[in-house]
Each structure stands twice: as structure tokens, then as C-alpha cells.
Design a protein around this ligand. Structure first.
Ligand SMILES: Cc1cc2nc3c(=O)[nH]c(=O)nc-3n(C[C@H](O)[C@H](O)[C@H](O)COP(=O)(O)O)c2cc1C
Length: 192
């Protein structure tokens, strides 16, 4: 089994990200190899990074950091659900990454983005740089939803097109494949 965390990275009241996160949760549950959890950064509610030590030392002072560390440590793979804020990722995403270090390392990532005509692709590209620097493997198979409002009705129900369903399935399978490989690599390293 692979522990997959679907991380919703927009936190503002009325955000659409949680709708996509909940939909993705149900899609991911269809794959028997995933033990999947939705992680909502609005609920996690980390303050702006307030640990004194570099996260690589794992000398965490605050309970919120210890809890966040435990949640990420147990994961084998992630999907980040992201909007595009001013051509980039959200501040909450970067803050959540910055809190930790080795907990992220050698784990698989998929990205699910939504936006206007750009479909959140500029946010995705910037996320890839950050995630690569944490020694994470971001799969190439991403989900990008342009003009996302067309797919969400006034009751906040998301209707995925066949294409969105297909690309999501392809991304999930790729995350599972890389998740398995990277888990084996991490297990191999701990034996040394
Ligand atoms: C601070 C801010 C910046 C935004 N910048 C962009 C942008 O650069 N590109 C884009 O396509 N949409 C942009 N938008 C519009 C978002 O795509 C839209 O508000 C979306 O619902 C945001 O995701 P959320 O609802 O999960 O917060 C921006 C929205 C906000 C609040």
C-alpha cells in the first residue's frame, strides 16, 4: 500500500481548491494501491514559518511543526491541488514545504492545477522547481483545467469532462508507479 496525501493548497474563504481536492480523493480511492487522505492546508493552519532551526536538523520546537512532520513523514506520495496566484503557487504551499526537509525527500508528486486560460500551468512550473530542490520526483503527467468555472455549478458541484477523468487517471497511475519505486529506494537507503 502507498500512503497518498492530496494536499489542497488554497486557503481563502470560498476557495474552489477544496472542491477539486474532494473530487480527486474519490478518484484516488479507485486505485487499490492507495491509502489516501485529503490534507487541507486551511485546516492544518500553519503559521508563517516560525521554527528557529533549519528543518534538516529536525529540531522542531512547536507542536504544529511536529504534527506536520508526522503527517508528511508517513506519506509515500502527494498530489498538490493548486490554483495560480499571480502567475505562481500559493504562499500557503511554499510555507508548508519550507517547514520540513527530509520528510519530503524521495517521494512522488502529481500536480493538479486549475485557472483561467493558463490552467494554472505557470504555478505548476514554479512548483516543479521547488519540489525538485526537495529531492522529490514530480511526474510529468499533470492535470490542468483551463477556465475551470465552466465545470463548477452554483452549488459548487464539479462536473469533470471525460478528458479530465482520463488525465487524472493517467496521473494517478504515474504517481503510483513512481511512488512504488521511490519507496523501494528509501527502504534500501535505510538498510545501509
Ligand atoms: C491572489 C489571486 C491571484 C490570482 N492570480 C491568478 C493568475 O495569475 N492566473 C489565473 O489563472 N488566475 C488567477 N487568479 C484567479 C484564480 O484562478 C481563481 O480565483 C481561483 O478560484 C483561485 O483558486 P481558489 O479558489 O482555490 O483560491 C487569482 C486569484 C487570486 C485570489
Amino acid at each position: 500500500m502507498l500512503n497518498l496525501k492530496i494536499i489542497v493548497t488554497s486557503t481563502r474563504p470560498g476557495r474552489k481548491g477544496i472542491i477539486f481536492g474532494n473530487w480527486l480523493l474519490e478518484e484516488a480511492k479507485k486505485l487499490p494501491e492507495f491509502n489516501v487522505e485529503l490534507v487541507d492546508l486551511a485546516e492544518i493552519n500553519l503559521p508563517l514559518m516560525n521554527e528557529a532551526n533549519h528543518p534538516a536538523m529536525r529540531k522542531y520546537e512547536h507542536q504544529h511543526t511536529k504534527d506536520w512532520s508526522a503527517k508528511i513523514e508517513e506519506a509515500d506520495a502527494f498530489i498538490f491541488v493548486t490554483p495560480e496566484y499571480n502567475y505562481s503557487f500559493t504562499a500557503a504551499f511554499k510555507n508548508a514545504i519550507d517547514y520540513l526537509h527530509s520528510e519530503w525527500k524521495h517521494k512522488a508528486v502529481g500536480i493538479f492545477s486549475y485557472g483561467g486560460i493558463s490552467a494554472g500551468t505557470r504555478a505548476q512550473q514554479m512548483m516543479r522547481l521547488v519540489l525538485a530542490s526537495m529531492s522529490m520526483t514530480v511526474v510529468n503527467e499533470a492535470v490542468t483545467i483551463p477556465m475551470y468555472t465552466q465545470h463548477i455549478d452554483e452549488d459548487n458541484n464539479f462536473s469533470a469532462t471525460e478528458q479530465i477523468e482520463r488525465t487524472t487517471s493517467i496521473m494517478l497511475q504515474s504517481v503510483a508507479k513512481w511512488g512504488r519505486l521511490l519507496k523501494a529506494i528509501r527502504e534500501d537507503e535505510t538498510k545501509k
